[in-house]
Structures are given as C-alpha cells and as structure tokens.
Design a binder for this molecule. Sequence first.
Ligand SMILES: Cc1cc2nc3c(=O)[nH]c(=O)nc-3n(C[C@H](O)[C@H](O)[C@H](O)COP(=O)(O)OP(=O)(O)OC[C@H]3O[C@@H](n4cnc5c(N)ncnc54)[C@H](O)[C@@H]3O)c2cc1C
Length: 472
Amino acid sequence: MPSMLDAVVVGAGPNGLTAAVELARRGFSVALFEARDTVGGGARTEELTLPGFRHDPCSAAHPLAVNSPAFRELPLDRYGLEWLHPGIPMAHPFPDGTAAVLSRSVGETAASFGPRDAGAYRRLVEPFLPKWDTLVRDFMSLPLTALPRDPVTLARFGLVGLPPSTWLTRRFRDERARTLFAGLVAHVMAPLNGLATGAVGLVFALAAHARGWPVARGGSQAISDALAAYLKDLGGAVHTDYEVKRLDDLPPARAYVFDTSPTALARIAGFGGHYANYRYGPGVFKIDYALDGPVPWTAPEARAAGTVQIGADSGEIGVALRAASREGRAPDAPFLITVQPGVADPTRAPAGRHVFWAYGHVPNGWTGDLTDAMERQLERYAPGFRDRVLARATAGPPELAARNANYVGGDIATGAVSGLQLLLRPKLSAFPYQTPHPAVFICSSATPPGPGVHGMSGHNAAKAVWRRLRQT
Ligand SMILES: Cc1cc2nc3c(=O)[nH]c(=O)nc-3n(C[C@H](O)[C@H](O)[C@H](O)COP(=O)(O)OP(=O)(O)OC[C@H]3O[C@@H](n4cnc5c(N)ncnc54)[C@H](O)[C@@H]3O)c2cc1C
C-alpha cells in the first residue's frame, strides 16, 4: 500500500464498491474497508436456512442494477455476473384469482389492466421508452447534472413524476392499474401521496419494459463479487472484518468516501449535528423461506413472475404504509413484496425445491413478530403456502440493523424516502456527496438517487472525488 493513498472507501455495499471501482479505473490508488467478513452490503447471498438453499438476505430483484448507467459501463459479466430473466418481471395478484402484470411488453402489461385503462397506460409510458437510456442517466445523475443530455424529456418526465403518485394514478379508471402502481411506489417505502412518488412508480415500470427485472445467477452476491474482483484487478485493496469507528482507524489518504448512514459518518468523522435533521423511515420485517416446491399462487401469472406484490387494492396498500410510517404500529394486512428467484435461477436450491422471500413494512425500530400477519396475507393468494415451508429465517428491524449498520432502525432505504428527502438527501444541497470536511465524501443510498442496487450514488460521488483529486 502506498504511504498516502488517493482514496479510502468505507463500506462495501454496491455504492461503496462502485465508488472504489470508478476511482481505480481512473488510475487512483484505492483501499476499501468493510465491517462484515464478506463484501456486498445489501447485495449478498447466504445459506440462511438449510444446506443448499442460497438466500438473498437483502436485494434479489434487480430492475435498477440492470438499467444502471454505471453498471452497464463496467465489464461485470467478465467477472461472473449473469442476469437471468423470469418469464414475467412482476405480477400483482388480486383476491379474485386474476393478476395484473408488469411485463417486458407494454401491450401485455396494458392488457392486464383491462380495456378501460390499457390506452391510458400506453400513453403514459410509450413517449419515454425510446429515450429511456438518456432519461435514466439524466435522472439518476441529479442534482450533479447541470446540463442534462435531454432536458426536454427530463422536464416532461418531471411534469408527470414530480406530483404525488395518487395524481398519476387518477388517469386510470379501474383499481387494477392503480393497485399495481401503488405497490411500485411502496418498493421505496414512500407514502403514496408524497412529492415525486409518481416518478418512483414510473421508473420501475419503464425499467421493466426496457430491460426487465432480473435476478443474478447464483444470488445477488454475484453482483458484489464481480465489483470486488474487478476492483482488485484494477489494483484496489479490499479489507473485510474491519469496522471503522474513527477516522484515525484509516490509513492516510487524499480523500475518504463513506458508504455509511449520515449519522454514522457524523459520529466517525466528528461532524457533530451536521446531519441531525436527517430522518429515517419505517423498517421492514423480512422472512427468507426454504420451500419444498414453488409457491402455490392461484394466479398463473404470479407463478411465472420473479417479483410478486401482495396488496388487495391501493387503499389497503396505503393503509399498510400509513400504519408503519405515521401511526407507529404494524399493519394488520401488511403490503408484501416477495421474490422467487427460482423461477429464473435453478441454482438457488436443491432440485425441485425453492428459496422465497417476503417483507412487509413496520415502524422504525419495531421489535414485534410479523410472521403470522404476513403468512395470512400469503395464504390469501397462495392457499397451502404454509404446507410448503421447510424452514424460515426471520429478521425484524433490530436484526437487520445488527447485520448492516446502514439499516438504522430497520430502514432499508437508509433514510426516509419522503418529502424533499426523496430527491434532496442527505441535506438540501446541490453537492450532496460533499460533507463539512473537503476531503470526506458520502456515497451511500442516503444520497441521490436513493435506495436500490444501482451503484449510481457511488458513481456520482466518485465523480465529485476525482474532480477534487485532480484539482489538488
Ligand atoms: C430486505 C431487503 C430487500 C431489498 N430488496 C432490494 C431489491 O430487491 N432490489 C434492490 O435494488 N434493492 C433492494 N434492497 C435495497 C438495497 O439492498 C440497498 O438500497 C443497497 O444495498 C444500498 O447500497 P449501499 O451501498 O448504499 O449500502 P449497503 O448495501 O447497505 O452497504 C453498506 C456497507 O457498509 C458497511 N459499513 C457500514 N458502516 C461501516 C463501518 N463503520 N465500517 C465499515 N463498514 C461499514 C456495511 O457493513 C455494508 O456492507 C433491499 C434491501 C433489503 C435490506
């Protein structure tokens, strides 16, 4: 290791790894320090239940990763990353046994909403699809994008997406499309009537049509392992089992980049109350299952989908989100996001068996057990589900926060995705990756574009770092 490194990165989640790779690619000397014994953060894979069952404890479905401008520029396939696509990216079954789908095809998706809303859906998404690659780059680079590549499309997207999702869904006449969209917004735990939540739903829908919602062959760990292997090939050093508690724990460097929560960064770097106004959102209760067969969904579409959303209608989803985020109680009928990677990837479990995960929203720091409420929901749409369970591993907010310090109180978005904090995080600033110290930067999902495995916060932060390194 040189006596003075160009950059030290703390935290090997997708954003920390991407920041380190981006700097190493540009010839800077980089070392990365991770608290856990393996890299990955929210993109990892572990045998959580029984031997041979490879679970993703955090992310499993990857619409944001496969569409990420940062990842698409990196040779991750050469380091073993392979995307596997389920027949249908996402399905939303209803109590009557039918389902709406988010398919690769706009036509199939529109048809699943019923004749009264098919045209409205086409009119919503079709103008953006030919310009998607430029739009996603402009959108995910905000607010660094002083000069968007396509300002007209970005402005049109802003007009549709900046109002609350409840405004956007007014263009639908029936509940099927409204419910599917409400579920999409709930992926980032945002309130349905919050600012810019229309954009959240729209990004997930456009991502499905553009490149799908794949899983990584072998598990999400493959994403992190590919990034770490590329980093090492570029000369970067990776140190695991190394929790950073103070800046003094780190070797001398010209820049320090933190893939941590703002609260942890303030503590480590001595920034006092700099991020005191940063808000954390609701937590989640997560269950990883080992099953002795596929989930017995009633709706055939759900059996073919990688991701399945569970919520009877947009009203029920809104009630569940409000209970967890505003009323401080666990919902009676939780909205569930579920992923069944085995639909596309046979390597996750012994022959004929499956891994499956589901999570529901609960208040930040909640210490109860949501298993029974979640399984009652699952049984509504997949009768006989409980009979297929071989083993389950549950994790509520305390367990999630213990596994990864970024999930403060079980908030897997590392900060509430509501109000201005959806777009402007961790502070109101045109330079969100900078901190009170000119050599210290933050790159976690507490910065734009926010939660998800896409590496764009790391990419954007690295840009701010290399600009500074070249100046000094
Ligand atoms: C249950 C669950 C399901 C999810 N599902 C999806 C999904 O399907 N698709 C999707 O795109 N996203 C999903 N996410 C969200 C996604 O995982 C995160 O948004 C993403 O991982 C954030 O990346 P990051 O690099 O900012 O932080 P993280 O991935 O959280 O990584 C931060 C890393 O920093 C390390 N660290 C923290 N503090 C220190 C310290 N002091 N010293 C050293 N190391 C430290 C941590 O150990 C961790 O490895 C899910 C998350 C969870 C928990």
